[in-house]
Design a protein. Structure first.
Length: 311
């Protein structure tokens, strides 16, 4: 295992800046592949992502882990608001920033996303053919209307009502109406399952920048988001790591993306959504390291041939 060397950086995105950590591999070439990473939903880079980034760095890759605007130590007001448009722009800015780092091979950039950001990386890959590889872990790829929702009855109506009220508050420039991200059974929160509670207990104490809050208006934007729609345009290797018992992100939509993407690959694990971050993820992470190392090695080889041709 390589010794962790982490640099804190910032890069511009929109009218503010995003905060990031760059994990540096112990052994690297003059130009080394890089994995760009971000968390899902309200997650921040200190909420369990270090365990992935250090593994990628140990495999000889740079790992750039960033916070979206409005979250963590990135800029942006108001706080705790998810904007799909802005988060996709943050991805584009992060990739451009990684390509400009002097030690990074710009032709060997991979992207890694989980949950909501697992959908983001699918959307970004469909528009950026220069990427070398993509990993989408327990990806949220939009609403699967053919599947029973974990949010139903009075809970669904209460969440929808809170989202609408918060949208009206935003129109009047009033402070956001916030909801807990993770709550106890019976509490009005986005996630109340046992696996979500275990995830929060495991990582919240060591994630000082994460807040168990979400502006309710954020839920409305997600209803219209369909990151899966560009899957057929993804030409680079794409690995989708799916939790077989996922109640929040549809395994069926992930299967469709894997089938539509020309180089899509689906791997399933007998876990629930939040188990991907807990002790059950060892095989999952090992699969990702092997997939990335192979795909990025091919990207680095293409880069070497391209540079040789230029000279």
């Amino acid at each position: 295992m390589a010794t962790e060397v982490r640099r804190e950086l910032r890069f511009p995105s929109g009218d503010t800046t995003c905060a990031a950590d760059l994990y540096v591999p112990e052994h690297r070439d003059a130009r080394t592949p890089c994995v760009v990473m971000a968390h899902g939903f309200t997650g921040t880079r200190d909420l369990g992502l270090a365990s992935y980034a250090t593994r990628f760095a140990a495999a000889g890759l740079f790992a750039l882990v960033f916070d979206y605007r409005h979250f963590g130590t990135s800029g942006g007001e108001p706080r705790q608001v998810i904007s799909v448009t802005e988060q996709l722009d943050d991805w584009r800015a992060a990739i451009a920033f990684a390509r400009g780092l002097p030690e990074v091979d710009p032709d060997a950039i991979a992207i890694w996303g989980t949950s909501l950001s697992g959908g983001h990386v699918v959307a970004i890959a469909a528009e950026d053919p220069g990427l070398a590889a993509v990993v989408a872990q327990v990806p949220w790829l939009g609403v699967d209307r053919a599947r029973e929702s974990p949010w139903r009855g009075t809970t669904l109506r209460a969440l929808a009502g809170a989202a609408i009220r918060d949208r009206l508050r935003a129109a009047r420039k009033r402070p956001a109406l916030v909801l807990p991200v993770v709550g106890e059974p019976g509490e009005l929160a986005v996630f109340t399952g046992a696996d979500a509670a275990a995830f929060a207990r495991r990582f919240a104490a060591t994630a000082p920048t994460w807040r168990n809050e979400i502006a309710a208006r954020s839920l409305l934007a997600l209803l219209r988001y369909r990151p899966r729609e560009g899957a057929a345009r993804i030409g680079m290797p794409l690995l989708l790591c799916v939790a077989e018992h996922d109640r929040y992100a549809s395994p069926e939509l992930a299967r469709r993306v894997a089938a539509a993407a020309p180089r899509g690959e689906l791997r399933t694990y007998p876990i629930e959504h939040f188990d991907a971050y807990l002790g059950e993820n060892e095989r999952l992470v090992a699969d990702q390291v092997a997939f990335r190392s192979e795909a990025l090695a091919r990207g680095a080889s293409r880069s070497s041939r391209k540079n040789a041709a230029r000279s």
